[in-house]
Design a protein around this ligand. Sequence first.
Ligand SMILES: [Zn+2]
Length: 482
Amino acid sequence: MSQEKALTTRAEDFSAWYNEVIARAELADYSPVRGCMVIRPNGYAIWEQMQRALDTMFKDTGHQNAYFPLFIPQSFLAREAEHVEGFAPETAVVTHGGGKELEEPLVVRPTSETIIYAMYAKWIQSYRDLPLLINQWANVVRWELRTRLFLRTTEFLWQEGHTAHATEAEAETETLMIMGLYRKFMEEWMAMPVLTGRKTDSERFAGALRTYACEALMQDNRALQAGTSHNLGQNFAKVFDVTFQTADGRLDHVWNTSWGVSTRLVGALIMTHSDDKGLVCPPRLAQWQVVIVPIYRTDEEQNVVMAAADQLVRDLRAEQIRVHLDARDGLKPGAKYYEWEARGVPLRLEIGPRDVAAGSVMLARRTGGKKESISLVGIGKRLQAEMDAMQAALLEAARERREAASLRGITKGEFIARMEGEGGFVYGGFCGDMACEAEIKEQTKATIRVLPDPEFRSAEAPTTCLWCGRPSVAEAVWAKAY
Ligand SMILES: [Zn+2]
């Protein structure tokens, strides 16, 4: 690959920049099926790293993985009124199979509450069967008319946790524990700070009692819902008759939770950290954390340099560093640098004959700064420290950017201007009236992202609604969102 033209910059056109970053880094592509994406190996590797980290966190908190069918009888979806109303407009329905019309159409799962709780009704008899803590890694289909790679596609990959508990308090504890787990993952692995809080009734999951969400702010100052956790109450248990015998011999319905994150997180990661040169990937989620580019002119130099580079690969792998040696011949080092920069590899090591003689390599960081010569002695620990520092710096930079784009105590007029202009998170009082919330959305395109958890609330609670001036019942965070 030769030097290609520079990417459109974020300042010029954020949306075009996003698509070009994905194309240049070969993360995903459009498929022959409208609305569906192909996740290419470089993008899938990031998802796999995310999966690995989350899966470990789920298992460490007592959950097990299972797998439920892709097809859901249409009548299942119809049983919970709010649920069917929420999902019906975006379902794909199978009416024929094996050349015959089906007796009952099958919905391609948009989410699996109904089929999972139908099974839980069989599996749960007694309080001894509780809690039941299951997660599923799967694909889901929601018929989307306007699609964007990773952010909104007709089919996407996700995990959906589904749990059953004996009491409302236990279900609420689970719902909030998962919020904490998601937040930890997003901050510690993705280096993406998130606000957490509760959704308003108009924004909650169809069929849930309460929905909680993690909200991040992208570099264009639009919010992205990065994960949700729902306390479903006994709504689905009543519809699917999931009952259990209590310790004192009564019959009761279980309390359910469900929660999920999806391949949308890859889009969030891109829009949180990447720059005008391409993808920036936090080291903990990078497919390759370190790439080695050998530099030589003669065959003799090549032998010396490649032997040293091979040894370096072995040494770094032994220290659990994900390293790739770019041994492609016939491609100039400069072209390789350019390519690995676009792909977001955190650290690059350049090694030539003089470096080999000196027992050193040149270190370049994806996030900038001067290249420097570092010793091969103790290099694993040195690179690990570099990556820890980069991981922390990315989180800090994203947090500073978000805070700079967060406004408090502004007037209705300022709010309208802000939403027409540069966007961001706006904190303000909310009267609690759905009609007021709908009017704000209609006039500004902004929605309440969350009613924030205590630690994210302003030092002084707002007393009046940002929009209508009536007394405030809760502080809210508004933004235009993906
Ligand atoms: Zn109001």
